[in-house]
Design a protein. Sequence first.
Length: 273
Amino acid sequence: MEKGRRSLFTVSQFAQMCGVSRQTLIYYDREGIFSPQVVGENGYRYYSHLQYDELETILTMRDLGAPLAEIRSRLLEGEEGGLLRLLEEEERHLNREIERLEYLRESVRRKRQLALLAQSHPPFSPWVERRGPRHFLLEPFSAPITPASYAQTAAVLSRYCRAHQYGQGNSSGAGVSRERLEAGDYFSASYYAMEHPAPTGDEKEHLEPAGRWAIIHHRGYYDSAWESYGLLLSYIARKRLQIASGSYESRLLSADSTRDPERYLTRIEIRVE
């Protein structure tokens, strides 16, 4: 008996070895999930070192969120492959959760970039900078444009991009077509747009080639953006530049940054030649 006892452990010893509490082992024993291998004549209970793997399996299933009743069903009532199926299910769940968290992380990263971009230039002061190829997803507005139809169109594109995980965290905004800009009509939007950092191959995608962009930061609510459009188009004319694309708006600072609409900051960009 003494030789055999060397591979046996008391409840406290086995609990310490396995990194669980003594109460956990007692509870598992009471629930008929995991019991000591030996009960001595004196009523003392002893676990074998051979039971370590069995307990590890139970703890793994517990950590994966399986209720005790399911653990009992899968393992202790003889269901073959119970742990394997649980692991496969949990792996699928974790993969979905990882995708969700990566999407959120990219959203946070992009919002932080937009907040920094808001500080790069003062409002109402146009400038030109060179940008590489850019990819936008567009949703055209239906005439006549009303506040309700504007919101509905923006919501349609937002839901579409979210469903396809496009443009996570990228700011979106309205845009005016090249034809309207050249005609001096920048009071009504032509489409709602969201930029994506890479090609998507989507039917809604529009490519803007690399080139120079005339840009201005507008401060104020969106319905006052026409003021900055006028400034930007005058700047383009003074610089003897040609309009090469429609405009794109990006919300740098909005309701998630300030409660005062007059402090909203919108970036307006037009590709020029």
